[in-house]
Design a protein around this ligand. Structure first.
Ligand code: NDP
Ligand code: GDR
Length: 328
């Protein structure tokens, strides 16, 4: 039975990846932070049979202990401070967790493996935020990185550290440069879930408006369930490499609003949406659209959920959840 250690197990991707690996017969270990993480119960219910190990990406010794306890064949490093807007307010902490945390995990893996790192496969959750200021469209593995936030800068550090461990020590270490991916499990601070929750509440008469930031930014949005499959495929390759994972389509926040309101039968949403500079970012990533042809050719990976399907799935799930919580 192959063994996997997932950091960031309480997050959106951790849950989907945990489900995927359990369904493939893996023994799954998850790194969980804090003495009383409020998401522990959710993880244990969603992923029956998982073993949770306490640790933090800023604490190298806790990572060493987690590796000794789990003895993994595969490590998926998904843990991060992942909210871009928050990273300006907490740039130093974001650097420690999202950037240096990757080095800690790589170094823990190297120390754990000793002289022979060939027994471990490592996945790093890199991001399209690394592309930042638009240099080229669509963005591929070859596009110049120009991050526009402390989060993006920290991810670039982690990305190159992963490449460096591959080149320096021969570690099977791969980076997935994943574009935005969403689901009903997405955190409510991210724009898709913020919109799907608010639209659900508006449709039920529980809320009057949504207060938003920049409506003109464009993102390449896919479904998280598809994207964790790509992570797993990367680690099954004979050699480690870096791959862009994206749909190849881009949509603005306005189009997101169009689809979300349409899902509850509202065609004109102008009266429900207000913009507030408080939600604008000091520097914006204006346009993301990925070229995932390498992933398609080498990994045989393609996305299965379209943007309209994704938005509808999220709004319907939130309508269901809001109704259920109203009757509780
Ligand atoms: P989430 O924000 O949903 O989850 C982040 C996870 O990181 C949580 O489990 C959180 O745990 C954990 N974490 C935070 N701080 C630490 C720490 N100090 N030590 C250990 N774990 C920590 O993110 P997603 O699931 O959406 O994303 C997974 C990864 O992929 C992240 O690295 C993200 O940056 C990256 N990514 C995501 C994309 C997306 O569109 N979703 C696109 C590209 C990259 P806790 O519950 O304790 O807070
Ligand atoms: P992003 O996702 O920054 O792309 O990072 P987010 O959903 O936060 O923002 C997407 C775009 O929407 C604009 N926007 C708003 N965003 C939020 N959160 N709230 C608002 O009210 C709002 N109004 C407009 C933003 O300005 C931005 O342009 C996500 C994270 O998952 C990262 O961890 C990951 O690396 C990248 O995707 C790829």
């Amino acid at each position: 039975m192959p063994r996997a250690l997932i950091t960031g197990i309480t997050g959106q991707d951790g849950l989907y990846l945990g489900e995927l690996l359990l369904s493939k017969g893996y023994e799954v270990f998850g790194l969980i932070r804090g003495q009383n993480n409020p998401k522990r119960e959710l993880v244990e219910t969603t992923l029956p049979g998982i073993t949770l190990l306490t640790g933090d990406l800023t604490d190298l010794s806790s990572l060493m202990r987690a590796l000794q306890a789990s003895q993994p064949d595969e490590i998926y490093n998904l843990g991060a401070i992942s909210f871009v807007a928050y990273s300006w307010e907490n740039a130093s902490l974001t650097t420690d967790v999202t950037g240096k945390g990757v080095l800690n995990m790589l170094e823990a893996a190297r120390m754990y493996a000793g002289d022979d790192v060939s027994g471990i496969r490592f996945y790093q959750a890199s991001s399209s935020e690394m592309f930042g200021k638009v240099q080229q469209v669509p963005q591929s593995e070859e596009t110049l990185l120009w991050p526009r936030s402390p989060y993006g800068v920290a991810k670039v550090f982690g990305h190159y550290m992963t490449i460096n461990y591959r080149e320096s020590y021969g570690m099977h270490a791969s980076s997935g440069i994943l574009f935005n991916h969403e689901s009903p499990r997405r955190g409510p601070e991210f724009v898709t879930r913020k919109v799907s929750q608010a639209v659900a509440r508006i449709s039920l008469g529980l809320q009057d408006e949504i207060v938003m930031g920049n409506l003109d930014a464009k993102r390449d949005w896919g479904f998280a369930g598809d994207y964790v499959e790509a992570m797993w495929r990367m680690l099954q390759q004979p050699t480690a490499d870096d791959y862009v994972i994206s749909t190849g389509e881009t949509h603005s926040i306005r189009e997101l609003l169009d689809h979300a309101f349409a899902a509850v039968g509202i065609e004109d949403w102008s009266g429900y949406v207000r913009q507030d500079p408080a939600f604008m970012r000091p520097a914006e990533v204006d346009l993301l659209i990925g070229d995932a042809s390498k992933a398609r050719d080498v990994l045989g990976w393609t996305p299965t959920v379209s943007f309209p399907e994704l938005v509808k799935m999220m709004v319907e799930s939130d309508v269901h959840e809001q109704k259920a919580s109203a009757t509780r």
